[in-house]
Design a protein around this ligand. Sequence first.
Ligand code: DGL
Length: 273
Amino acid sequence: MDNRRIGLFDSGLGGLTVMKELMQALPEESIVYFGDTGRVPYGSKSSETIIRYTKSDIAFLQTFDLKMIIAACGTASAIALPHLKGDCRVPLLGVTEATAKVAAKLTRNGRIGVIGTAGTVRSDAFAKLIAKENAEVSCRSVACPMFVPLVENGYADHKATRLIAEEYLEPLMQQGIDTLILGCTHYPILSHVIQGIVGDGVQLVNPGTCVAQEVKSLLTDNQLLSSGEAASYHFYLSDDPSEFARLGSLFLERSISADVSRVDIETYTEATL
Ligand code: DGL
């Protein structure tokens, strides 16, 4: 048994799609969420900046007594985590590995599409991980830089989003993919739009469900599950949290009346890790 909380972070609110899956898979686990809403997006920044931001996110979360930290952000997982694993006092998990494994198992025709931020696509992280699982599988990645601002601003259901999504997904459809990795944790909010465009023949892979199953196995196998007291959820943001209740409940698909606090993330640096 381990009643310490799980720490989760993202560049903004996208990581809440991972939190939603964790809450479902592990309803007794308490969670501390940090969303770097003051510095979102990460995906268009340089690798150096993404690594620096990720280090400060982890430094902040390490001020809590946690049992593990999850980078609920495709960009931080793909670009920063390979440089940081040794810097964290508790197990540090990203979303890329579990998601790549699931996708490699799911594909029937060996053609997987990946959509993600410019940074994630530049890193080629998903394709490299999939190649390790199955060298026969081909992977085509496309950056969708406009998805994150559309989602963060509540445009998930807008016709403009559908038009942009059609444009982004066209090259993947031409490749005849049968599996599509939603390589950014904001994208599950657009699942219905994306599924409508790619059709039911293409299976969408949500990093949140993959990582929630991975965390569940890890905690179960190592006897680290919480003992069954009521779970608590705390949220920290690096910008004004006044819109959080409205947007956050959209991501979590439940109303949020929980604690939301603002944190000055710039004061947490590599030196405070
Ligand atoms: N949720 C982040 C990711 O998964 C959003 C990307 C961003 O901040 O640009 O990559």
